[in-house]
Design a protein around this ligand. Structure first.
Ligand code: GDP
Ligand code: MG
Length: 441
């Protein structure tokens, strides 16, 4: 499978101090073959290996202490990028109920997903309602009712015996009902066909037009292989969607479809469905999927070490800057970004078998703090990052506004930075730091 193929490829690189262009070409060829075997679409593979090759031939690898590890890191980075980079969550409506419409082929897992999503939303404090707008299949309404009962949520369905009704009408009525009864999320299940056909697509598009959903989730069976791209494109043209849900990720598929769909449609993958029970469901994390594709402790170790080497080099540079008093907010930003990388490595570690307890702990790792700090520094001009003394009151107000934070937060960051720089300068020059409020130690 994909994971094994990639692992073999990287093993061959290990132990090589320096990589020749031929080594890199050989590796890229292997990655290409591995991805194609995993049913990743050809156009996606070409694009992907092209980027990996360019980066692998560049400075970051030739200057690295361990080029092979650096190549693994690049492959990982590019996988995360193709899978959408940052995880995206559901966008809720500002007023009135949030409408989520599901679309996809028959058997993709829409109805099951409706239940999973409802159960999960409920556990997050929402009051979801399911809507049976699949009036095509005889049992579709009953199936949704069963799922709704399992999830413990309300189901809006047309009157029994009225199964030949109009799904657009049902969906519209359901939203009125949700407004009346104050459900805050409405999940509209729709009909699918075995193949793509224009009538089904038209029906889905009509439902979309009628209910103006906040999210349209395209549900796709991860085992669908090479058809993933054609199917995804057809739905993008016919209905269009705001996000993707990968279902049946519990099989031994390693995500070939995931790579293709995310890359070809440019739409983020929001959730992964991993089994038949309603609890087999999770928000989708691009970095975890990348590490699932790259799996194996072996590779994780390589990545970790690449990270460590990089950090050591960076640390030396930073120490030098402290000593000479040239450490700036720009350097601070670089350090922040490194911390974030460490965060995604933690996620990877969490994927290892037997590390479940650890994974839970690691999930509490607060990356939002780093993100805020980053936003603040990025809202500064280069001048301000280099000469923080320039940061007077009005500049701080502007930065707070630009970064969506408060002046107090900007002040806090500048203070922390100044204290750290002062303390580190003393340490770097061999002195004893003065910790504020504690006197000399
Ligand atoms: P729909 O036609 O798109 O509504 O698909 P359904 O929700 O009815 O699912 C079709 C079949 O796939 C059912 O037998 C489900 O139990 C099964 N199924 C749905 N999601 C998953 C999943 O994540 N993993 C597995 N193994 N089976 C699933
Ligand atoms: Mg269904």
């Amino acid at each position: 499978n994909l994971t094994d193929r990639l692992a073999d490829t990287f093993k061959n690189l290990r132990g090589k101090g320096k990589l020749s262009p031929a080594d890199i070409d050989g590796t890229v060829r292997e990655i290409r073959r591995a991805l194609l075997e995993a049913d990743v679409a050809l156009e996606v593979v070409k694009d992907f290996t092209g980027r990996v090759r360019d980066r692998a031939l560049g400075d970051e690898v030739s200057k690295s202490l361990n080029p092979a590890q650096q190549v693994v890191q690049i492959v990982n980075d590019e996988l995360v990028a193709i899978l959408g980079g940052e995880a995206r969550r559901i966008q809720f409506a500002k007023t009135g109920p949030t409408v989520i419409m599901l679309a996809g082929l028959q058997g993709a897992g829409k109805t099951t997903l409706a239940g999973k999503l409802a159960k999960w939303l409920k556990s997050e404090g929402h009051t979801p309602m399911l809507v049976a707008a699949d009036l095509q299949r005889p049992n579709a309404v009953t199936q949704l009712q069963v799922v709704g009962e399992q999830a413990g949520v309300a189901v809006y369905a047309p009157e029994p015996g009225n199964g030949k009704g109009d799904p657009v009408r049902v969906a519209k009525d359901a939203i009125k009902e949700a407004n009346r009864k104050q459900y805050d999320v409405v999940i509209v299940d729709t009909a699918g066909r075995l193949g793509i056909d224009t009538e089904m697509m038209k029906q889905a598009a009509n439902i979309r037009k009628a209910v103006d959903p906040d999210e349209v989730l395209f549900v796709i069976d991860a085992m669908i292989g090479q058809d993933a791209v054609t199917t995804a494109r057809a739905f993008q043209d016919g209905v269009d969607f705001t996000g993707v849900v990968l279902s049946k990720l519990d099989g031994d598929t390693r995500g070939g479809a995931a790579l293709s769909v995310a890359s070809v449609t440019g739409r983020p993958i929001l959730f992964a469905s991993t089994g038949e029970s309603l609890d087999d469901f999770e928000p989708f994390y691009p970095d975890r999927m990348a590490s699932r594709i790259l799996d194996l402790g072996d590779i994780l170790t390589l990545i970790e070490q690449a990270q460590k080497n990089f950090d050591e080099e960076e640390s030396l540079k930073i120490a030098e800057k402290f000593a000479t008093d040239t450490f700036t907010l720009e350097d601070f930003l670089v350090q922040m970004q490194q911390l974030k990388n460490m965060g995604s490595i933690k996620n990877m570690l969490g994927m290892l078998p037997g590390a479940k307890g650890m994974r839970e702990q690691l999930e509490n790792f607060d990356e939002s703090e780093i993100t805020r700090t980053e936003a603040i520094i990025q809202s500064m001009t280069l001048q301000e990052r280099r000469v923080p003394k320039l940061l007077n009151g009005s500049r701080r107000v502007r930065i707070a506004r630009g970064s969506g934070t408060t002046v107090t937060e900007v002040n806090g960051l500048v203070n922390r930075f100044e204290q750290a720089a002062k303390m580190m300068k003393t340490v770097a020059r061999g002195g004893t730091p003065q910790i504020p409020g504690m006197g000399p130690i």
